[in-house]
Ligand binder design. Structure first.
Ligand code: NDP
Length: 336
């Protein structure tokens, strides 16, 4: 079964998927660079089997594009805040264009100084974070990225949405293998996952959310109307709070609660900042850190434990060989 209920999937070359996504966005008035940047990131997610952040996002971008503050033709430009810090204003477009344009400055600064920051402000977000940390690791650097979202998640011990689903992504470069990458929300489950349980008429596992009275529930509709919960109790709650602080006030941008107020019921993607940090892996060590890391990864292999990212790289390899899978019914919805 596909993500939208249809069993029929066809495989398309990457260039065709990219063109489909770009044409959809261009037809809604996005500038060429803006549409191209968003199309690349959605295509990468579709290619790597991250369907929740692939082409199925396209129909929903209409709500974001219709937001009164959304800018179809932003022209973000990186600004040097200091030797180690670059800031770029996404100008109320999708943040991926600002990230693309800020990346070379971040990489250059991290290579020169050992550590550097890229602060992205005022971007509508609707994508996964792994493409950016993986791209930084492809330059031989370690990368961290995080952002707030909307205040859907109650803090541990609380009863109402305050924190975002706040994703955290990390990448470590490897010499003879694609980077080690993880990327996940700090909520117990992604919001789209809870919506899928509702659609399929199933109850969720315990610990995913609260109803509108702040009581534990396994009813997905009640969770969506009430509050989600962080993963790992107080630990996930603290991580999500760190992300609020570091990708909110630290870079002079919105917390998830302020992003939700900004939305004012428009159902657009959250609008906020994103913090990206890059480190040179060899800056503090005498030994080669990449060799030491390989020894750690070898320990996973010895236990048949998989590394995060491995499933994605396998999906990517299959997509390169056979084409990117897309359900026919989704194709019909997005074809211009
Ligand atoms: P998951 O809980 O599915 O976790 C995904 C991560 O964990 C991946 O790195 C995955 O690697 C790894 N992983 C999964 N299972 C295993 C396993 N058994 N062993 C080792 N590693 C494993 O992710 P979420 O649902 O929380 O998030 C999905 C996406 O949603 C993320 O890309 C995130 O950026 C995005 N998101 C974006 C938001 C935004 O504001 N932009 C908000 C919230 C989420 P692999 O890929 O190889 O399976």
């Amino acid at each position: 079964m596909t993500q939208d209920g249809s069993n029929e999937v066809i495989r398309l070359p990457e260039s065709a998927v990219l063109a489909l996504a770009a044409d959809f966005l261009l037809s809604h008035g996005l500038g060429a660079d803006h549409a191209g940047s968003m199309a690349r990131i959605l295509t990468a997610a579709q290619r790597d089997g991250c369907l929740s952040h692939g082409l199925q996002r396209l129909p929903g971008t209409r709500d974001t594009i219709s937001h009164p503050r959304f800018n179809r033709t932003p022209d973000p430009k990186p600004v040097d805040v200091s030797a180690a810090i670059t800031r770029i204003d996404a100008q109320y477009g999708f943040s991926c264009l600002a990230v693309d344009r800020g990346l070379s400055s971040l990489v250059e600064k991290a290579r020169t100084l050992g550590v550097a920051i890229l602060a992205v402000n005022n971007g509508f977000h609707s994508t996964a974070l792994w493409p950016v940390v993986e791209a930084i690791a492809d330059h031989g650097l370690v990368a961290l990225s995080m952002n707030p979202t909307h205040a859907w998640v109650a803090p541990s011990g609380g009863r109402q949405g305050l924190l975002g689903t706040n994703p955290l992504a990390f990448a470590w470069p490897r010499r003879d293998a694609p980077p080690y990458v993880f990327d996940f929300a700090t909520s117990a489950a992604a919001r789209a996952e809870i919506a899928r349980y509702r659609q399929e008429g199933r109850t969720t596992p315990e610990g995913w959310g609260l109803d509108s009275d702040g009581e534990d529930t396994r009813d997905p509709a009640a969770i969506l109307a009430g509050a989600m919960l962080p993963f790992g109790g107080h630990k996930g709650s603290a991580l999500a709070t760190m992300i609020e602080l570091m990708a909110g006030p630290f870079i002079a941008d919105r917390t998830s609660r302020v992003s939700m107020e900004f939305d004012a019921g428009a159902s657009a993607a959250p609008c906020h900042g994103e913090l990206i940090i890059a480190f040179s892996p060899g800056i503090l060590g005498d030994e080669d850190p990449l060799d030491a890391a390989e020894s750690l990864f070898q320990g996973f292999r010895e236990q048949d434990a998989r590394l995060p990212g491995e499933r994605r790289y396998r999906e990517r390899e299959t997509s390169h060989r056979l084409g990117i899978p897309v359900s026919k019914s989704l194709l019909e919805r997005i074809r211009v």
